[in-house]
Design a protein around this ligand. Structure first.
Ligand code: GRF
Length: 201
């Protein structure tokens, strides 16, 4: 059983979708042999109800409680390692994790991004795609490295930008694909068809 720790900062809708996909697969002939063993956040404002409603352990490690980013990253890493994950997923986690965190967990450290990387990296990918007047964008799941959304790409898919799209509508359409890519990747990790070491080489 693949043990996952997932880190969120916001609504956690992509995490909710992953949890529901794993649950739903249990009733099929191809169950996803993965389990979210803990949910972490950088702020108590994150939707940790996702953990409480499922009896999953959760933790919050707030940057404001530490003297600097490196110390925060070390504290966050310590909490993640308590659960001995086979992979750690950043899902709407809106912080840049520090080098020691990446060093300790990558390449079994994944993130999803609401753009077709390397297009539109950073925290405003959806808005940037609209502002650029692009007619298409995408969603990407990748291995985290020390850059901003520069890690090795595991899977990505194109998504059209439709006339009249505003940021919210486009982001929702992108999230649907992000969720599919994330579920595919978790399934691939559990079944051994996704090899993160090879991808990250
Ligand atoms: C996702 O699009 C993710 O790629 C981006 O923020 C969104 C997270 O949404 N970083 P949610 O918290 O899963 O609803």
């Amino acid at each position: 059983m693949l043990k996952l720790v997932v880190l969120i900062s916001g609504t956690g809708s992509n995490l909710r979708s992953l949890l529901e996909s794993i649950d739903a697969s249990r009733g099929t002939d191809r169950p996803i042999e993965a389990e979210v063993v803990a949910i972490g956040a950088d702020t108590p404002a994150a939707n940790l109800e996702l953990a409480a409603e499922r009896g999953i352990p959760s933790f919050v490690v707030r940057p404001a409680d530490y003297p600097d980013r490196a110390a925060w990253g070390d504290a966050l890493l310590e909490r993640v390692l308590e659960f001995e994950p086979d992979a750690t997923i950043l899902s709407g986690f809106m912080r840049l994790v520090p080098p020691r965190f990446v060093e300790a967990l990558a390449p079994r450290l994944l993130n999803t991004h609401p753009a077709y990387l390397p297009e539109f990296p950073g925290a405003h990918a959806v808005r940037d795609a609209l502002a650029a007047g692009a007619d298409r964008t995408g969603a990407t799941v990748m291995v985290v490295d020390n850059g901003v959304d520069t890690g090795p790409i595991i899977e990505q898919r194109r998504i059209p930008i439709l006339p009249g799209d505003d940021e919210a509508a486009l982001h929702e359409r992108i999230k649907v694909v992000e969720r599919e890519l994330l579920t595919d990747t978790v399934r691939g990790l559990a079944e051994g068809t996704v090899n993160l070491k090879e991808i990250a080489e």
